[in-house]
Ligand binder design. Structure first.
Ligand code: SF4
Length: 445
């Protein structure tokens, strides 16, 4: 039942027919999937559901928070406070908070921000429905109200993580690794294909581990093959792979299956043995080099995205130089770098002191990103004259904005095609000649 606020709803009677529910999603695409599932439930109950509205002023506001690192937590708290103000002045009727921040800091938040009608964790957000006197529809559990452009969707294949990376709070928030069944994921994808979705982003906390908990075997290759067999699946893209215990059989699937993008997002975080050991990444520098070489040899033309963490306790300038050498040699097509955030509850927080000044962390991030800018510019220049399959996501200013199979939505670069080009539609694929390039974008016709 709803907290001591004692809001009584006649059983089964919706709050007010067609009430407006504003859902605000912060954080990653895994959070977005949760929001979409909850939105579908409100939809079928007759509520008007909006997502990330410009002026969210619905009777009911639900904030799906992120609690991963400092900046993300701050953004979540500021968003809650913004709506707590509206709630205090009765500009909104109900304010609910869910997701990773409230999973991690439930008690503190309840004390600190009493204007919130109720805080939910990461996995019990469907209680919002029952607390509103509604029934959760289990028969719709595979259904979502998509918030992405209608032609692509995120598919979360598992929850949680069994790794023990020193700096990471995610296992504290999401718990142990739990794979969804292959059949469940297949049915979800089939349902979305029937709604016109063509492109699927496979996501998890740790894609590599998929199946090991449930089937006692690395099942990502088999899962990807079965999804690739579904008629109407045009692109399947893999995100959040983990380097240790890597499911090598996935490389054959990527090489042989036309609709499995030659793209892999694999977070490496670092490469010096000193750092990999302190970060508890269960892999060595030598093994990392071997893995990247093997992936490139097995899947010619693959585009690799990686994420690097700078400023972890104990990191020396020598470690950073080793990392710079590595990215110059490995030439990642896509790369993001972040500064270490000292997260309470993590192994690093309990074991090391956060001894690297923030300005040094940021300088190291900037140095790595400026190297990457040069690499990205060279890779893009080399694409001029090539013809690539591009999907159109939207129109922006004087351009159709699209992506190749090497570009994941929201995080990677885009292809800009003049708006004057006739017969181009959102959500359709076009063979596109690359005519120009910048460091982080391509121009096509
Ligand atoms: S693999 Fe490591 S960094 Fe990724 S979610 Fe798990 S513990 Fe965190």
């Amino acid at each position: 039942m709803i907290s001591e606020k004692n809001i009584v709803f006649p059983q089964g009677e919706p709050f007010k027919k067609r009430s407006v529910v504003d859902v605000i999603t912060l954080g990653c695409s895994k959070n977005l999937v949760d929001s979409e599932q909850l939105m579908r439930q409100f939809d079928v109950l007759g509520y008007q559901v909006r997502h990330d509205a410009t002026h969210p002023d619905g009777e009911i506001v639900i904030i799906n928070t992120c609690g991963f690192i400092g900046d993300a937590k701050e953004e979540s708290i500021n968003t809650i406070l913004q709506f707590a103000e509206l709630r205090r002045h009765k500009k909104i009727q109900k304010l609910f908070v869910m997701g990773c921040l409230s999973e991690r800091y439930l008690k503190e938040l309840q004390l600190e921000i009493p204007e919130v009608d109720k805080f939910y964790g990461k996995f019990n957000y469907n209680d919002i429905l029952t607390d509103l006197g509604q029934n959760y529809r289990a028969d719709l559990r595979l259904e979502r109200t998509l918030t992405t452009p209608r032609h692509y969707a995120y598919i979360k294949i598992s929850e949680g993580c069994n790794r023990t990376c020193s700096y990471c709070a995610i296992p504290i928030i999401t718990g142990r690794h739990r794979s969804r069944s292959v059949e469940d994921i297949e049915n979800e994808v089939k349902g979305l294909v029937a709604k016109g979705v063509k492109e699927f982003q496979l996501i998890a906390q740790d894609l590599s581990y998929y199946g090991l908990d449930k089937y006692k075997a690395l099942k990502l290759p088999e899962l990807t093959e079965r999804l690739s067999d579904i008629p109407g699946v045009e692109w399947l893209r893999l995100h959040y792979a983990y380097p240790a215990q890597f499911p090598y059989d996935i490389l054959k699937v990527m090489r042989e299956r036309e609709n499995v993008c030659s793209y892999l997002d694999i977070a490496l975080q670092h490469v010096s043995n000193n750092m990999l050991k302190q970060m508890r990444r269960n892999i060595t520098a030598e093994q990392t080099y071997e893995l990247i070489d093997c992936i490139r040899a097995e899947v010619p033309g693959i585009h690799l995205r990686t994420t690097l963490l700078l400023g972890h306790p104990g990191e020396t300038e020598e470690d950073v130089n080793e990392l710079k050498d590595f990215i110059l040699k490995a030439r990642f097509e896509r790369l993001g770098a972040f500064a270490y955030s000292n997260e309470e509850g993590t192994y690093a927080y309990k074991t090391y002191s956060d001894d690297i000044p923030n300005e040094v962390k940021q300088r190291r991030v900037d140095e790595v990103m400026s190297i990457q800018q040069g690499i990205s510019a060279e890779i893009n220049q080399a694409k001029i004259g090539e013809t690539l399959k591009v999907i159109i996501d939207r129109i922006e200013d004087d351009y159709f904005v699209g992506r190749t199979e090497y570009d994941s939505p929201e995080v990677d670069q885009e292809v800009l095609i003049p708006l004057a080009t006739a017969g181009v539609e959102q959500g359709e694929f076009y063979q596109t000649e690359i005519v120009d390039a910048t460091d982080f974008d391509l121009y096509g016709k």
